[in-house]
Design a protein around this ligand. Sequence first.
Ligand SMILES: [Zn+2]
Length: 437
Amino acid sequence: MVRALLSLIASVMSLSVVAATIQGVRVHESPDATRVVFDTSAAVKYKSFTLEKPHRVVIDVSDSRLAKGLDIATVAEDLQRVEGLRGAPRGKAYRLVIDAKQRLKPSAFTLKPIAPYGHRLVVDLAAAKPKQQRKPAAEKPAPRPSNRNVVIVIDAGHGGEDPGALGSRSLQEKHLVLQIAKRTASAIDAKSGYKAVLTRTGDYYIAHRKRTAIAREARADLFVSLHADAFTSAAARGASVYTLSDRGATSETAKWLAERANQSDLLGGVGDVSLSDKDDVLAHVLLDLSMDGNRSYSIGAGQAVLDQMGKITRLHKKRVEQAAFLVLKSPDMPSILVETGFISNPQEARRLSQKDHQNKIARAIADGVDQYMRANPPPGTALAARRQELRHTIARGDTLSEIAARYGVSANALKRRNAIRGDKIRVGQVLFIPQQG
Ligand SMILES: [Zn+2]
């Protein structure tokens, strides 16, 4: 049975390999690797190997030729790891040669068509690392400084060969969410006591697992993944916020979007990383152990963000929804996913691509996060310390204006915070000092 299935697969694969044309080439540079992508007119077979002195990566593409007029050399200008790109026919095959600046570890694979892209041959070129000594198994994380910043990791969905949703006017989700992510990071950094970290800063793909690994490395207090999706109906509109559910989606839209988002690794290409998850069992145990606390924190933060979003844009749902998004499956940190709107809706697509509206979204996310985090500051942060300090016990001779001046707040704000009418205070009374922005 298994053998029959295998031979069937083999025959289907060989049928799909026909003479192909290499029609285009582009490059995505990420901190870890340079990705060279060849657009091919059909699925191709290939062999790749490396040569030394000088370092080269060679890819022989079977039964292929280069499209007339395509200059593959031009994409290789000013690259971090690649000196040049050239090619020549070699029998029925076409040989591509990547001249490298250093020893590279190539990993090649093909990607199936996804609009706006067709068949692709992808070559990932990572710097070959010198053999590392094994790290001691249970390395203790370095202690964090006291009064540290709250770390918010902002994740722009998709990227590189995964365009995400496609909207009108050739709008691609990957570009839109990167712009919004950068603005959100600035809005968060502008608040005192916060530090924002971006998972990606350019047009390249990062696997879901790697996104959460970056957040873990940064020791995120909150992980915020940004999207702007499309729906089957152009009428769908409004922003939503999701947290992870392992029981099932709260709405049909949530279910549909999660299934779609989870295909991202297949679309974007994670190379030879297996998509079948060997760690699933372990991951599940961890999820069960630490998920509950993080789940309520995620929902709280998510709702605060959603409330702020509601002030500047239409909402798809007024409550935080739950769905099984892969990128939210990190047991050790609260995580939310923000759908900034639907780019399948023409009006919303137009607004989402406007700088002003992007800044409003960024501020709404930052304000929502800040509001929730101030009320629930992670231990050890400057935010937590500030919250503890902000009380004053009235001593003999204190006046409201004097106390206000001492803490750098207005007397009116002080009165409002403590519901004081007039100027009457009494010795021993505890005043809350309102926080500065
Ligand atoms: Zn998306």
